[in-house]
Ligand binder design. Structure first.
Ligand code: AMP
Ligand code: MN
Ligand code: MN
Ligand code: MN
Length: 286
């Protein structure tokens, strides 16, 4: 079973890479991509854990991009994390993120409570600060019912803590991924609140810029979303990926290892990769 979109404590996931990999293996996943936001910091640890658990780890990253004023996410699968342009690009995005987090902190501290940025920063540890960290902290302080509520009140587009941000150009992000030997996948296409026409335009441009696949099955979406994304993949001749976008046990995120299959007529993105024998085959009966 494949799950090609997950998060660890290197960004806004609840579990450390080793813990995530162990849980994925226990859930029956045999090929797992760790795709933290704008960071590859969890990959080395995840690789070791995958070897120990006898599953295949696909090194990946979820890159924040801005397309015509909309934030979109591009997952790079099977990347070489050491690739120069990718490393430089991600370092720049992390600097943008840090500056945005400070500004979010200033705005929300003025409106809500002093010391918020320090608490959020501490909660992210060595990992990246994301809006998810603000959401969890606001909920922990009783300023929101839960993380989802915190997004609705303070963090979603147009809300007091929302700081409009220029992420990477999609063409740039796709270039970094391809230069690193990876495959560019447009993540959760139904989550961008685009009209049908806008989404087709995005996917068409993504394909022309060198994007290879669409995340047709996303743990992050509703049932009808798969059909709409599948239609889009067919129209533009894109491969299909599937990922839970797992972040952790709370907040209503999907469970690991519970993804429906890809529509049978689509070509899975993993058809690009050489087969990889599982490192450890347990003898039957033992
Ligand atoms: P950022 O990249 O810092 O803007 O944070 C985006 C992350 O916030 C996403 O990857 C999700 O994990 C999370 N997120 C976005 N919208 C919501 C929401 N409405 N409820 C809960 N989490 C959300
Ligand atoms: Mn996230
Ligand atoms: Mn995303
Ligand atoms: Mn994600």
């Amino acid at each position: 079973m494949y799950d090609l979109h997950t998060h660890s404590t290197a960004s806004d996931g609840a579990y450390a890479p080793t813990d995530l990999v162990t849980r994925a293996a226990a859930a029956g996943i045999t090929t797992l991509a760790l795709s933290d936001h704008d960071s590859t910091a969890g990959l080395a640890e995840a690789q070791g854990a995958a070897r120990a658990a006898g599953i295949r780890l696909i090194p990946a990253v979820e890159i924040s991009a801005t397309w015509r004023g909309h934030t979109v996410h591009i997952v790079g699968l099977h990347i070489a994390p050491d690739s120069g342009p990718l490393k430089q690009g991600l370092a720049h995005l992390r600097a943008v993120r840090q500056e945005r987090a400070r500004e979010m902190g200033r705005r929300l501290e003025r409106k809500l409570i002093p010391g918020l940025f320090e608490a959020v920063s501490a909660s992210a540890g060595d990992g990246m600060i994301t809006r998810t960290h603000f959401a969890r902290q606001l909920a922990a302080l009783g300023l929101a019912g839960d993380a989802r509520d915190a997004f609705e009140r303070y963090l979603a587009r147009g809300k007091p803590g929302y700081v409009p941000t220029e992420w990477a150009e999609p063409a740039e992000a796709i270039g970094w991924i391809r230069t690193a030997g990876g495959t560019a996948v447009l993540a959760h296409p139904q989550r961008y609140r685009l009209s049908g026409g806008q989404l087709r335009r995005l996917v068409g441009e993504f394909q022309e810029m060198g994007g290879a696949a669409l995340e047709v099955v996303s743990g992050n979406g509703a049932l009808g979303d798969t059909q709409a994304s599948a239609e889009c993949a067919r129209r533009f001749g894109l491969l299909a990926s599937c990922g839970s976008d797992f972040h952790g046990p709370d907040g209503g995120w999907p469970k690991l290892g519970r993804l429906p299959p890809l529509p049978a007529d689509l070509t899975p993105v993993w058809s690009l990769w050489s087969p990889h024998p599982l490192p450890r085959q347990r003898a039957s009966g033992s």
